[in-house]
Design a protein around this ligand. Structure first.
Ligand code: SAM
Ligand code: FES
Length: 346
């Protein structure tokens, strides 16, 4: 293990089998040494600065039916909502006042958000707040659509690849969705000049250690600007309701490894990590993450954007979420900064 960890830290690359070995042989000592190396690597680039993104959950209406997701179209118990363009813009205004300089518009694949409507929203946010970055996380769209939205001013796009194994992908999604299309979308986004984010769930149903090794190899080759990973957490109204949640330990272990694979990557300590462990986001930062994403959605819709059971931050006002995270970071010796927080490629 020690030799592998040293190889990873110096060459930022391992063979697929070596990644698998590292995962299969998880132990506290290895986790500790990876955490230390990841923290050092991150500090060399970003110091003790943590970037912040204001998350606006714009709609929970989705045409897809991913087996793991609480807002899948077949979930009849989900109370659907959609923010109006005015509400979205007003969330960004409120966020701007609170110091946010990046807004993430995230939602289900909702047909209401045509290119024209979404494009107008992006243009309006960018014209009101020209020093801000707009990140989209709106799922799979055509290359033309991604191009149009980029031309409207979108800077970044988050689209988790979910798993880098085609067979595993088909166990998590209905046959209407394909691994090939997901990867094609990621490549298109990158070519269009978006800062592009991929990612996956840790401990998703049917996931093997080899699958996780494949995810790491994918990250090593794709070199995403951002990488969102968080534990899978079951949702009571999905086909995966009886599966076990992923663990904070393994998620943090993988965060450290990802930091070492691609040192400048923007790596969030996710809400899902904070949901399965009371100090999950702190542990994520200590393991090598450098981004937090407080919720800016209007409080009256927050509970409805329920991707998994017991999601945290559903009762807090935007300012409370910001203060809460600022304090949590301060307590462990990190400082939340309000810059746009672009990737620093060396
Ligand atoms: N529709 C967009 C998309 O597909 O990229 C954005 C919203 S989608 C709900 C955001 C992410 O939530 C997914 O990529 C998935 O990894 C994560 N997610 C969904 N259900 C989850 C669950 N039960 N546990 C943990 N994460 C989950
Ligand atoms: Fe939302 Fe703590 S981050 S309440």
């Amino acid at each position: 293990m020690k030799t592998l960890i040293e190889k990873l830290a110096s060459s930022h690359s391992l063979e697929l089998q070596e990644y698998e070995f590292l995962i299969k042989n998880y132990n506290d000592e290895a986790a500790k040494s990876l955490r230390k190396l990841a923290d050092k690597t991150r500090r060399e680039i970003y110091g003790n600065k943590i970037f912040v993104r204001g998350l606006i959950e714009i709609s929970n209406i989705c045409r897809n039916d991913c087996f793991y997701c609480g807002i899948r179209k077949s979930n009849k118990n989900c109370q659907r909502y959609r923010l109006t363009p005015e509400e979205i813009i007003s969330c960004s205004d409120e966020g701007y006042e609170l110091g946010f300089r990046t807004f993430v518009l995230q939602g289900g694949e909702d047909n209401f958000f045509t290119d024209e409507i979404l494009g107008d929203i992006i243009r309006e946010i960018k014209s009101r707040h020209s020093d801000c970055a707009v990140t989209l996380s709106m799922g799979e769209r055509s290359c033309e659509s991604y191009k149009f939205l980029r031309d409207c001013g979108a800077d970044r796009y988050l689209l988790r690849h979910e798993t880098a194994d085609k067979e595993h992908y088909s166990k998590l999604h209905p046959s209407s969705m394909s691994y090939e299309n997901r990867i094609e979308c990621l490549k298109n986004l990158r070519e269009l000049g978006y800062q592009t984010g991929c990612g996956f769930m840790v401990g998703s149903p049917y996931q093997t250690e080899k699958n996780l090794a494949q995810d790491l190899k994918f990250i090593e080759t794709f070199k995403p600007d951002m990488c969102g990973i968080g534990p899978f957490i079951p949702h009571k109204d999905t086909p995966f309701k009886d599966f076990r949640a992923g663990t904070a330990e393994l998620t943090c272990y993988l965060l450290s490894i990802i930091r070492l694979i691609y040192p400048p990557v923007l790596l969030p300590a996710t809400t899902a990590l904070g949901t399965i462990h009371p100090t999950g986001r702190e542990l994520g930062i200590l393991s090598g993450a450098n981004v937090v994403m407080p919720n800016l959605s209007p409080v009256n819709v927050r509970k409805k954007y329920e991707l998994y059971d017991n999601k945290i931050c559903t009762g807090e006002e935007s300012a409370q979420c910001r203060d809460c995270l600022n304090n949590r970071m301060k307590k462990i010796g990190y400082e939340v900064v309000t810059s746009r927080g672009d990737i620093k490629k060396q």
